[in-house]
Ligand binder design. Structure first.
Ligand code: PEP
Ligand code: MG
Length: 756
């Protein structure tokens, strides 16, 4: 049951504070003014504001009734005294006899020994404690619940003042955790390797609240009622949607969600904040902050889930109230950004300045989510499956993303931090050595030339071609420009992109892979979801063949872009010959169309396929008659060969690409292609790992395509290898029944001085 607050004075007080906030003067002057207004309104002898500064220190920032020298001098650590206790617990405290409380700590410089009673509330923003607001009286005053409530409402206004003024530097403002500044190390799933150090930026759906104090509380209440009704309607609509109405787990989840949306306590708390003088959106935000703060120390998963529900609902309600579009925070970003998100779409990632983006951490996410694919294209380490990391990391916290070991270090201790800086420096030195190899060929000691290509997907990737000295682009993932777009790029737009890719490749070959979208690589503007196993669902060429117009437009754009020059096209996820034929037919139709239009013909056309579905390997004779080249997509191939989800942490190490099964499979493909003189390459992740790449060269691969950062290490390996010795060694291991040949190959490398 909601209480009906009797203290309409809080509204009057808020209105006065609004005038102070809008008035002239520095932030400090306004804060000084605010404490006097509160003290007089509360008939309190003291009103003080403590602000949490870096290093877990609560500093007295403004006070009336305490010794002036104490302001900016009195500092309490978190947990120290009653003020520290309020900050630690993120809860209000009202004591008629404060001095007899066990946590009472007397600070002589303040002269506060004469004040007997105290009421204090945390200043919360984004569910975090950013300070404490307190009033004190000489007499043993019993503060009422309504008075405490009013202080909480006012604290929200002060929180905004602290956040939006220059009271604290940008760095300091966000570097405080409020409750814990302890280093935290968390383990997740590797979505992309590499190492990065930077400052945390929380990717949050933020709605800007421009007005905190209401002019007309009744109108605010009506706005809230309208928004709540709209929100309920929208949730009902979701429940009525055909697939949900039929029942199942997602219906249960939505039903629970609906129950929370109708939670009388939650709505009453919002109403109460409006009665106290806040605008409807500020009231929703206040209750959200209170809830977050109160739940934050809980470890119970069930309750944390509930917190997520309320958080989500608050966000929805704010959207109905403000109707605002969501914006990623893009102002005042640190130099080195480590983005921390619950989950995000690829377009959202690309909203951030790529030149400052160093790493990505996701609460959810798997290797195949498209944001991970885009992050890979950007060559930044990504760690996923880190539930609750957003509750542990604050903006501007130092974060180390160790993608190779799937670890994230938050606020690392000094020595850990230094150790990682040393590793990064050593890496940079190694990169410089690799750069010096740019113009030397990837040739083994016994004279075998291996072509090293890079995988790309963004125009920004093209600069890697001259920088690494790679031989070409072995895989251009055309879906990435589709993801980095708000709508389907039309033929002209696509042609423009492909033209620039060809132009920037400066005559080096580029293999364009047709769209690999669908399943979980959905596009923000096109719903392809719905499969239970998206990796094996409606994706890639399966989508293209079912939506031939889409495919034809893409092929048209490629043909247009490649007029008078060479073009290599490759189809993804081909499973049977008939699919290749059907895709090829569409290509031929477009070639004829271009001819009829009188376009300059392509100089030389090569048409190939990805081999990433095992079934295709059993149709090699027919396939080899049709294709100009084959590229093995080992990421998908191995997940299907071993029935082992490439995004699953639990089985990530269970099957090894260097296992006898995988090597035999690949070896036979190479033999068949060699016999037919059809070029074969491999463009999955393993091509970029020196030891794995060594095995591939031993199997007979002469073209590999990899992330640009792998070119140097793989070239170094190749130049120190004798391919003949390795082939002989591999031949001697024909009948090995071990889980993996990895260790044996590593020993070979060490014994033969191969730099892996
Ligand atoms: C692969 O499957 O190995 C591949 C290169 O394609 P993608 O990673 O884009 O699925
Ligand atoms: Mg693939």
């Amino acid at each position: 049951m909601a209480r009906i607050p009797t203290m309409t004075g809080s509204r009057r007080l808020l209105a006065r504070l609004r005038d102070v906030m809008a008035g002239a003067g520095t932030a400090q002057e306004r804060l000084d003014h605010i404490v006097t207004v509160i003290a007089s309104d509360f008939v309190a002898e003291v009103c003080s504001v403590y602000v949490l500064r870096a290093g877990e220190v609560l500093e007295l920032f403004a006070a009336t009734g305490l010794a002036t020298e104490a302001v900016h001098n009195t500092r309490l650590s978190i947990g120290e005294g009653l003020i520290g206790r309020i900050a630690v617990q993120a809860r209000p405290l009202a004591l008629a006899d404060a001095q007899s409380h066990p946590d009472y700590a007397y600070r002589p410089e303040t002269g506060e020994e004469i004040f007997q009673s105290l009421a204090g509330v945390p200043i919360l923003r984004g569910g975090r404690v950013t300070g404490v607001l307190a009033v004190q009286n000489k007499t043993g005053r019993s503060y009422t619940e309504e008075e405490v409530e009013t202080l909480e409402t006012i604290a929200m206004v002060i929180a905004e003042l602290i956040a939006s003024s220059n009271l604290l530097s940008e760095e300091e403002l966000h570097a405080v955790d409020g409750v814990s500044l302890m280093p935290v190390t968390m383990e997740g799933v590797r979505l992309n390797g590499g190492l990065a150090i930077g400052k945390a930026v929380r990717h949050e759906r933020r709605i800007q609240i421009l007005k905190l104090v209401a002019d007309d509380p009744e109108a605010e209440q009506q706005r809230l009622d309208r928004a709540v009704a709209e929100m309920h309607g929208a949730i009902d609509e979701m429940l009525e949607a055909k697939d949900v109405a039929e029942g199942g787990e997602h219906r249960d989840i939505l039903e629970t969600y609906k129950m929370f949306a109708e939670d009388a306590g939650w709505l009453a708390r919002i109403n109460e904040a409006i009665i106290n003088g806040l605008t409807a959106e500020a009231a929703v935000e206040k209750v959200r902050n209170d809830t977050r703060a109160r739940f934050r120390n809980l470890t119970d998963r069930y309750l944390l889930e509930r917190l997520h529900d309320f958080d989500d609902l608050a966000h929805r309600l704010l959207q109905h109230l403000v109707g605002a579009t969501e914006t990623a925070e893009t102002n005042n970003l640190p130099e080195n950004i480590i983005l921390v998100a619950r989950n995000m779409g690829p377009a959202e990632l690309l909203d951030y300045d790529r030149s400052h983006l160093r790493g990505l951490v996701l609460e959810e996410g798997s290797a195949t989510t498209h944001v991970a694919i885009v992050a890979r294209a950007l060559d930044i380490p990504v760690v996923g499956k880190m539930p609750e990391i957003l509750d542990k990391v604050e903006r501007n916290d130092t974060v180390i993303v160790d993608g190779d070991n799937a670890e994230v270090h938050i606020r690392p201790a000094e020595d850990t931090h230094q150790a990682f800086i040393d590793t990064l420096t050593a890496r940079a030195q190694r990169m410089a050595t690799y750069a010096s190899l740019r113009d030397v060929p990837a040739e083994t000691k016994d004279g075998i030339r291996v072509a090293l290509h890079i995988n790309a997907g963004l125009l920004a990737d093209m600069q890697n071609l001259p920088e690494t000295g790679a031989d070409g682009i072995g895989l251009y993932r055309t879906e990435i420009p589709f993801m980095d777009s708000h709508d389907f790029p039309d033929v002209d737009r696509q042609a423009q992109i492909y033209e620039r890719v060809i132009e920037q490749s400066e005559g080096k070959p580029v293999v364009f892979r047709t769209l690999d979208i669908g399943g979980d690589k959905g596009l923000p503007y096109w719903d392809t979801a719905g499969d239970e196993n998206p990796a094996m669902g409606w994706r890639a060429v399966r989508v293209s063949l079912d939506r031939p117009v889409l495919m034809r437009h893409q092929l048209r754009a490629l043909i247009r872009a490649a007029q008078g020059t060479d073009l290599s096209v490759m189809f993804p996820m081909i499973t049977e010959i008939a699919e290749f034929d059907a895709a090829r037919k569409l290509l031929d139709l477009e070639l004829r169309r271009a001819e009829k239009k009188g376009r300059t013909p392509i100089k030389s056309l090569k048409v190939g396929t990805m081999l990433e579905v095992p079934a295709l390997a059993y149709q090699m004779p027919a396939l080899l008659k049709r294709v100009d080249f084959i590229s093995i997509g080992s990421n998908d191939l191995f997940q299907f060969l071993f029935a082992s989800d490439r995004g699953s942490a639990r089985i990530a190490d269970r099957y090894d690409p260097l296992s006898p099964a995988a090597l035999n499979f690949l070896g036979q493909l190479v033999e068949q292609c060699d016999a037919a003189q059809t070029p074969i390459s491999l463009c999955g992740e393993i091509a970029g790992r020196p030891l794995d790449a060594m095995a591939l060269v031993g199997l007979g691969f002469r073209t590999l395509s990899m992330a640009p950062s792998s070119i140097g290490p793989v070239k170094t390996m190749i130049r120190s290898l004798s391919a003949g010795d390795l082939k002989r060694y591999l031949d001697s291991l024909q009948d090995v029944a071990e889980h993996s040949l990895r260790e044996k190959l590593r020993e070979f490398a060490i014994d033969h001085g191969v730099m892996i």
